[in-house]
Ligand binder design. Sequence first.
Ligand SMILES: Nc1ncnc2c1ncn2[C@@H]1O[C@H](COP(=O)(O)OP(=O)(O)OP(=O)(O)O)[C@@H](O)[C@H]1O
Ligand SMILES: [Mg+2]
Length: 213
Amino acid sequence: MTHRGKFITFEGPEGSGKTTHARNLVARLEGAGRAVLYTREPGGTRTGEAVRGILQHDEAGEPVTPEAEVFLFAACRAQLVRQAILPALERGTTVVCDRFADSTLVYQGYARGLGVERMLTINEIAVDGAVPDLTVLLDIDVETGFRRLGSRYGAESSRDRFEREARAFHERVRRGYLELAERWPARIRTVQADAPVEAVDAAIWRVVNHVFA
Ligand SMILES: Nc1ncnc2c1ncn2[C@@H]1O[C@H](COP(=O)(O)OP(=O)(O)OP(=O)(O)O)[C@@H](O)[C@H]1O
Ligand SMILES: [Mg+2]
């Protein structure tokens, strides 16, 4: 489906710099005189923010099963696409989204083992044709990503076990993203994220300009 505005998503493992570089790109696009909608998953709508509380802070007071997690993310996406993303693209606004459908393919489909092809089917219903024109995949080794987020993982005493458990999962996340990039090379552009912020911003700006060219 073609829209008047361009749809750009940021993907990558935790700590790869999605939020940092997405915000910098938005500032740069706005500086170049473009109308931009910046949004994030799960969230970006009141429904999405409410579900984000369940997904990320266990607000329902019970563990969310992996399958329920899939549908909660899909519900957020379905709402965000119809309420915000598609209307913006139709107005000619550039949309920049911090995580999108590829996160489900990688985290639930690949890393949690629910199956990438099954997740594709669910995504298709959720996105209603809103396939990104460009997905910036920020690639980083798990070690560096963890180090950047170090303080978010709490006390030193609890960190080691969590880190060890999480490591294999995050290695699968990284590999999963790289496989998607091989599968859809025209849409997904891999940017090495272990460079200074300005250098990564510049590399992103180059691939973004291809999309507008
Ligand atoms: N290119 C970079 N070089 C060095 N540090 C960076 C770079 N990009 C981001 N950071 C820092 O790394 C940390 C994580 O960045 P950010 O929050 O943007 O990552 P993220 O991919 O959005 O993480 P999450 O998956 O948790 O949302 C921040 O402290 C940020 O300032
Ligand atoms: Mg972030």
